[in-house]
Design a protein around this ligand. Structure first.
Ligand SMILES: Nc1ccn([C@@H]2O[C@H](COP(=O)(O)OP(=O)(O)OP(=O)(O)O)[C@@H](O)[C@H]2O)c(=O)n1
Ligand SMILES: C[C@](O)(CO)[C@H](O)COP(=O)(O)O
Length: 380
């Protein structure tokens, strides 16, 4: 759904996460490769403006780790204080509606957000997601059940909670005592609140075991793809070869339309393969004279960029060069460095190795070099 230009998202992340136990505050903990807060912010990427509340002592970390486009506001002692500071920062900005979301709910879905926005666009001054209660409710004391309670009409509240900015700002100003959430303040201010569909996966990380549950959910949502690539180039007369972005003096050269970097071509094809996006020939046709003599990093950069565009990160890459000569071992580190820089991942996630074919076949007869590559892409 398209988010109207006058909407803003407020992500609350100024809490200390005391119930989550030891370790950094929960919003800074890492869930399958990305911080909880980065995930929560990413879910609102379509919003024209994002305000994040942070504890004053976390501001430096926020500036270093969060996207430069988000606005950081110092939070207060309670969640309500933090939200109010963010709301005040938006007054007079032209923003008409805000969605207020817990930074500690990183599994928020586009559907839940769209439900809230649709209700506001339909004219509701306030709307928030919730779920019905499916368990019986008891009262208990000292480990013993003392009674039961009706679940009739009770809902479990979630975020993001959406409001017309002026209405929720007025509610906060009128009730500085605060509340558990913004809907509670809206109700105190007599604002009608529309209930929109919540989502079981939109859990708030509160206690230590919640992190394992979130990882299990993310594991189920994860799209993991393997790609393989294979390439061969024949030798011709010359005095050097390009292998995985490194120029190696040799008594022959590799023949090709581009610079004939056989390792880089195999890796490029592995990425296209994992994305089911064809191969180098489809994106850079050899019949097109503009790619004559082209440096192969252009192809690899394109494939890695396409992966990012399609929402994947490259988790690792493994390239094998098959040749009798030149010796690859002394250059393998430099090659891995080049590849890791081009595809934008850490060097310890890239492997370049070589094997001979025991003097068998075309590589054994030193007629050319072959390469195979494998890559893993992850979308979480
Ligand atoms: N002064 C505060 C307190 C909380 N929050 C944010 O509000 C959300 C929901 O609050 P909660 O789960 O209670 O977080 P914490 O206060 O961090 O947790 P705890 O109560 O266990 O310390 C969290 O994203 C939290 O960072 C905030 O912005 N400012
Ligand atoms: C805002 C909230 O997430 C709604 O469910 C919740 O009230 C905040 O968390 P807390 O555990 O009550 O502090």
């Amino acid at each position: 759904m398209t988010i109207p230009a006058t909407y803003a998202a407020i992500i609350t992340a100024a809490g200390r996460g005391t119930r989550a136990g030891d370790g950094p505050p929960k919003q800074w903990r890492v869930l399958t490769g990305e911080s909880v807060l980065a995930r929560s912010i990413a879910a609102f990427a379509a919003f024209p403006r994002i305000v994040v509340t942070l504890a004053p002592e976390d501001m430096a970390q926020g500036r270093a780790e969060l996207p430069a486009s988000v606005m950081l506001v110092a939070g207060g002692a309670s969640r309500s204080d933090s939200v109010r500071a963010a709301l005040e920062s938006l007054e007079g900005s032209g923003v008409t509606h805000v969605l207020i979301h817990d930074g500690a709910r990183p599994l928020i879905s586009a559907e839940v957000i769209a439900g809230v926005v649709a209700a506001l666009e339909g004219g509701a001054p306030a709307a928030a997601p919730a779920l019905p209660i499916t368990d019986a409710l008891w009262r208990a004391e000292d480990g013993r059940v003392t009674g039961s309670a009706s679940r009739e009409g009770l809902m479990r509240a979630q975020t993001p909670q959406g409001f017309a900015l002026d209405a929720i700002l007025a509610a906060h100003r009128a009730h500085p005592e605060g509340a558990a959430d913004d809907v509670e303040l809206a109700i105190r201010a007599s604002l009608p609140v529309t209930v929109t569909p919540g989502d079981e996966d939109n859990l708030k990380l509160t206690y230590a075991p919640d992190f394992a549950r979130a990882e299990r959910i993310l594991g189920g949502m994860m799209d993991i793809r393997l790609g393989n690539g294979y390439d061969v180039h024949a030798f011709t007369a010359g005095d050097h070869v390009w292998l995985c972005g490194v120029k190696i003096p040799h008594d022959k050269a590799l023949l090709g339309h581009s610079d004939a970097d056989v390792g880089m071509h195999a890796l490029t094809d592995a990425i296209y393969g994992a994305l089911a996006q064809g191969d180098i020939g489809r994106h850079f046709p050899p019949s097109d004279p503009q790619w004559k003599g082209a440096e192969s990093h252009i192809f690899l950069r394109h494939a890695a960029g396409l992966a990012r565009q399609m929402g994947f990160r490259i988790s690792n890459a493994d390239v094998t060069l098959i040749c009798e000569r030149p010796k690859v071992g002394p250059h393998a580190g430099a090659m891995a460095r080049q590849l890791s820089e081009i595809i934008g991942i850490e060097q310890d996630r890239v492997s370049v190795k070589a094997t001979t074919s025991e003097r068998l076949g075309f590589t054994g007869r030193e007629e050319g070099i072959a390469s195979i590559a494998t890559v893993t892409l992850i979308k979480a």
